[in-house]
Ligand binder design. Structure first.
Ligand SMILES: C[S@@+](CC[C@H](N)C(=O)[O-])C[C@H]1O[C@@H](n2cnc3c(N)ncnc32)[C@H](O)[C@@H]1O
Length: 277
């Protein structure tokens, strides 16, 4: 921890690295402050410190990151799961609850389009009591990470999750058409001309961030395609940038949704489009 603090100038990062390398919490570590640190733990910690010192995001250097109740494997093949996406899951679970109240005849089906690390899909599978989840991505690399994370969520939830590769709705089996209760997505929504901090643009996959000239291109594909895949009382929940809120709401109403609203994230910014059929 002392080496990390000195090299990185951050006590918080040093603590996280020490915890990751040792497998202990900072409380455990304090209780063993005078113990000899095993060589392999020290090597592992130093490798993480050097990667971080070279500018790699802490999450990739650690190789795991917390998302709601999960500890997800993350590397450069996937976007680092963000706190605002935890709110997207919260909103999606609320929508699911409302749908389930009205329907008890079958297990609700949810789809996470562009699953990346699996953050949204696996959280739904773990946190919803009864649910079948489809997690899709265009990137085979991203799906490999989601598959590894699926293996880590345990035997109760994992059998309820299916992974599928393909361009947005093309990834889904045709039998799901018209029978999905909840579609959730955190698609790429950065416009071509929008600048990003170097730590994001240099390290995270551009295909997970950039949508096209306006940034709304992927949101539009999802919003316009969703009504054809949702069941009669279904919901669509999509993460977006605050400046896209009004356009996305109008898009949803134009696509035939009966109601559409935008929920705020923890920082109070408009962040989550919720559209009901
Ligand atoms: C913003 S990331 C979200 C990842 C993850 N759901 C999360 O919230 O952390 C967008 C994801 O969409 C995927 N994606 C991009 N274009 C796609 C497409 N045309 N069809 C399906 N997935 C796509 C990317 O590979 C990436 O994993």
């Amino acid at each position: 921890m002392a080496e990390g603090r000195e090299r990185l100038g951050s006590a918080t990062e040093a603590r996280r690295i020490a915890e990751r390398a040792s497998g202990w919490t900072v409380g455990d570590l304090t209780g063993h402050a005078s113990d000899q640190v095993p060589e392999r733990v020290l090597d592992f910690a130093r490798r993480i410190i050097e990667r971080r010192a070279a500018g790699e995001p802490l999450q990739y250097a650690l190789g795991t990151w917390g998302f709601r109740t999960l500890d997800l494997l993350v590397d450069r093949r996937v976007l680092i799961p963000r706190p605002e996406t935890e709110v997207v899951v919260e909103v999606a679970l609320d929508e699911l609850q409302a749908i389930v109240k009205e329907r008890t005849d079958r297990v609700p089906v949810a789809v996470d389009l562009g699953t990346g690390s699996g953050a949204i899909a696996l959280s739904l599978a773990v946190e919803a009591k009864r649910i079948e989840v489809w997690a899709t991505d265009a990137s085979a690399d991203a799906l490999a990470v989601a598959r590894a994370n699926l293996a880590g969520i345990g035997g109760r939830a994992a059998p309820r999750v299916s992974l599928a590769q393909g361009h947005w709705f093309d990834a889904l089996p045709p039998h799901l058409r018209g029978s999905i209760d909840l579609i959730v997505s955190n698609p790429p929504y950065i416009g071509d001309d929008e600048s990003l901090p170097g730590e994001v643009s240099d390290w995270e996959p551009a295909s997970a961030l950039r949508a096209g000239p306006t940034g709304l291109e992927d949101i539009e594909v999802i919003v316009s395609g969703a009504p054809g895949w949702l069941a009669s009382a279904g919901a669509l929940v999509v993460e977006l940038a605050p400046h896209q809120a009004e356009a996305a709401r109008a898009m949803a109403l134009g696509a035939g949704f009966g109601e559409a609203r935008v929920e705020r994230d923890l920082a109070g910014r408009e962040r989550v489009l919720v559209a009901r059929t």
